[in-house]
Design a protein. Structure first.
Length: 443
């Protein structure tokens, strides 16, 4: 799975900040594949635990940080009026403002701040969902209510902006806009909504529309994703009713496979390995597809069920050698072959810390990042784990508490934010603070 994504990023962004291995300039890292390539990283956490190099107070949000060129970019929401108590299926009406913060990566010092009034009408209204995307001298942010901004990296000055619901006559999804914007060549590709504009491509320099495509009854929450298959670059759009492939240059549809997740909870980024592709969402809705080697086309090879496949609700699985590792909607962390949907093993330990724990973290969150021959897993309980993941078993090598799970969801305390790994550190946030913790091995 990794080589095609790396080649796409190298070919399309040769001078962009996305190519800097030491940075983490967007969701899931430099190449959007959740691979951390820095060397000199600890093999085991210290016995006394992890101590932050710095910590900075912030407000609520599910958006992870981005790190580029010595700066950390993170978004949050300052509540001014209203009841922000989360409800799974009921919108909360709030008054407040969204903020984009730029911090010094070494100290946490605030370098600049951009804020704007933003009243919420969504469920789980803690704050923004989308990780900032840094591209050269610009940073792009997408707020929970659809405020899309292009800001100057150095100063925070607004270069251009859009409001997606207003500009595309779209309804805000009940859980807010969550599809992390994607840079492709000179385009910024976003999930928007509305008639014929489920996905849009804008000129990244000025925000002008280049193309728009698809109509989706439910927009969903999955980000635009690039793959190289069938002799071409394909743009995968996983909205609430189907998995689609488009030409990223003009939005033309290549193929579409029905995949109707419950509550339109298409959240994960579709994952591929060699000629196979899979995606899944709420209520065991998952599919495995065989990619055509000669043209943009697919054949369905399996369909998920209560005993087959992987259907994440919170977190994109990592695929290695044809096996997906990630948390399922029932709260169990599983290994699944994406060629057949076969489940190889399952464990509750990454989330709860206990094997065979009867307290299932239903709709739980884990964020899985590959580093050399092991994985870093950040669980919704605020623990950071080093583990070996193989088709045979889960082996936990080290665990340390990173952040307190101060958010609330489904009757438990959670932190549902993907961390960033850069400068031999982990950068993570909850609804109260962002921390930088060194993971450098001692010399």
């Amino acid at each position: 799975m990794m080589k095609p994504l790396l080649s796409i990023a190298a070919a399309l962004c040769p001078t962009s900040s996305l190519s800097l291995a030491a940075d983490w300039p967007q969701w899931m890292g430099p190449n959007r594949d959740d691979v951390w390539s820095e060397t000199g990283i600890v093999q085991k956490f210290p016995a006394e635990g992890l101590k932050p190099r710095w910590r900075k107070s912030i407000h609520g949000g599910f958006a992870g940080p981005a790190v580029a060129n010595g700066r950390v970019f993170v978004t949050d929401y300052v509540l001014m009026a209203g009841d922000a108590k989360p409800h799974p299926t009921k919108r909360s009406t709030l008054e407040g403002k969204e903020r984009v913060l730029c911090l010094h990566a070494d100290t946490g010092e605030e370098l600049w701040k951009h804020e704007y009034a933003c009243n919420y009408d969504i469920s789980y209204p803690a704050g923004p969902r989308c990780t900032p995307t840094v591209d050269g001298d610009k940073v792009y942010t997408l707020g929970a209510m659809g405020d899309l901004l292009c800001l100057d990296v150095a100063s925070g000055r607004v270069i251009w902006s859009k409001n997606l619901p207003r500009d595309y006559s779209a309804s805000v999804p009940i859980w807010g806009y969550a599809g992390h914007p994607l840079i492709y060549k000179n385009l910024l590709i976003c999930m928007a909504g509305g008639e014929g504009s489920a996905v849009i491509a804008l000129d990244k320099t000025n925000g002008k529309e280049v193309w728009k495509s698809l109509t989706a009854a439910q927009l969903g929450y999955s980000p635009p994703t690039l793959i190289q298959a069938g002799g071409t670059t394909q743009l995968l759009i996983f909205h609430g009713t189907a998995l689609n492939s488009l030409n990223p240059d003009n939005g033309q549809l290549h193929w579409s496979e029905p995949l109707g997740t419950a509550y339109a909870m298409s959240i994960m980024s579709p994952r591929r390995w060699e000629d196979y592709l899979f995606a899944g969402g709420h209520s065991n809705k998952s599919i495995g597809l065989k990619l055509d080697a000669t043209k943009p086309a697919v054949t369905r090879v399996w369909q998920g069920s209560r005993t087959l496949g992987l259907a994440p609700v919170n977190g994109t699985p990592f695929v290695e050698n044809g096996v997906a590792y990630g948390i399922d909607g029932d709260g169990l962390f599983r290994a699944v072959r994406i060629t057949t949907g076969e489940r190889l093993w399952e464990t509750s330990k990454p989330v709860t810390g206990k094997e065979n724990d009867p307290r299932r973290a239903v709709e739980g969150g884990t964020f899985v990042t590959k580093h050399e021959d092991r994985f870093f897993i950040f669980g919704e309980n605020g623990d950071l784990i080093i583990a070996q993941l193989t088709p045979e078993k889960y082996v936990e090598l080290s665990r340390a508490h990173l952040l307190d799970p101060v958010g609330k969801a489904l009757g438990r305390s959670i932190v549902w934010c993907h961390p960033a790994y850069a400068n031999r550190c982990v950068f993570a946030r909850n609804d109260q603070e962002i921390v930088c913790v060194s993971l450098a091995a001692e010399k």
